[in-house]
Design a protein around this ligand. Structure first.
Ligand code: C5P
Length: 311
């Protein structure tokens, strides 16, 4: 049996830079793995895939990213054997934490080992990219600069965020207990010029980047994908384009942010399409204290920002 821990991610920075002809959006994001994990384990099986899920109401067949990943991989690799896959969910679903994408990546890595295929990570990431936009990141963490619709991933050093005296290693995640649809959040972004649209970072038809990320020896984030090595982001604005629309529909997100800020977080932001928000804290002690004071109606976790790949 092969068992892996599949980590969640947070978006330390997320800017939607344009709408694409294929219906997706181009983004620029700094993604960061955090120490909240699902468990994925695979065992050999003669034929077909048997999925058992604990901790969440998910389908055991098509529509479950673990199943879809296994089927896609077997097909592309020409493998006729199957697998029994057990998924234990701890990462909330539809939370902006990339749990399903991480589970899919873990499944690909585990099956690659089980079937002794030795596919490189880059090839596994290509299989994963078809399943979900966040999947490729999980092959290139723990911190990465992510562009395109999510398939262009470059590992970077953890940047300092605006307002952070020094990069914090601890975060508190807060989730209000309901899911938000990623598709809805992207579609709800106002188009520039549309009635009611503000001239804001949420305007998705703004093509190209005006990001004000400070780069070592480089002025523009546009140069990053062409850099041969990992770019060094020296500072990063605290921004999530999707937060503006999600907060309008779910004001509780602002309440959760305020709570974390009042409890001493140096940086507070919604992750992905939400509704989970995170606060960064200077130490575990500060994070534990903030977590202990959260209202019972919300779920919370004290997590470490990972400094190493878990797989
Ligand atoms: O790729 P994934 O299945 O996670 O995306 C869910 C939905 O989010 C897509 O159907 C699309 O509507 C939206 N999306 C987007 N641009 C991205 C990623 C997701 O518009 N870069």
């Amino acid at each position: 049996m092969i068992s892996l821990r599949a980590p969640a991610k947070i978006n330390l920075f997320l800017r939607v830079v344009g709408r694409r002809p294929d219906g997706y959006h181009d983004i620029e994001s700094v993604m960061q793995m955090v120490g909240l994990y699902d468990d994925v384990s695979v065992r050999p099986r003669r034929r077909g895939f048997e999925i058992r899920v604990q901790g969440a109401d998910l389908p055991s067949g098509s529509g479950n990213l673990v199943y879809d990943a296994a089927v896609a991989f077997a097909k592309q690799a020409g493998v006729t054997a199957g697998a029994s896959i057990r998924l234990i969910k701890h990462i909330p679903i539809g939370a902006g934490l990339g749990g399903g994408s991480s589970d899919a990546a873990a499944t690909l890595i585990a099956l690659n080992r089980l079937w002794e295929l030795r596919w490189p990570r880059s090839r596994l990431a290509e299989v994963g990219a078809v399943l979900g936009s966040d999947v490729p990141f999980f092959f290139q963490g723990p911190t990465a600069w992510v562009t395109g619709r999510g398939e262009r991933v470059r590992r970077i050093a953890r940047p300092r965020l605006a307002g952070e005296p020094r990069p914090s290693a601890w975060a508190v995640l807060v989730n209000p207990g309901f899911p938000v649809s990623t598709r809805w959040a992207f579609e709800a972004l106002p188009s520039r010029g549309a009635p009611g649209a503000r001239s804001s970072p949420a305007a998705p038809d703004r093509v190209g980047s005006s990001a004000i990320i400070g780069l070592t020896n480089h002025d523009s984030v546009d140069t990053i994908p062409r850099l041969p090595g990992a770019p060094a982001l020296v500072s990063c604005p605290v921004e999530n384009s999707l937060e503006l629309v999600t907060v309008l529909k779910y004001p509780v997100i602002d309440e959760m942010k305020k709570r974390l800020r009042d409890d001493g977080a140096s940086v507070v932001l919604m992750s992905g399409s939400g509704p989970t928000v995170f606060g960064l804290f200077p130490s575990r002690v500060h994070a534990v204290r903030a977590h202990a004071g959260l209202p019972h109606a919300w779920k919370g976790w004290v997590v470490k920002l990972l400094r190493r790949m878990p797989w």
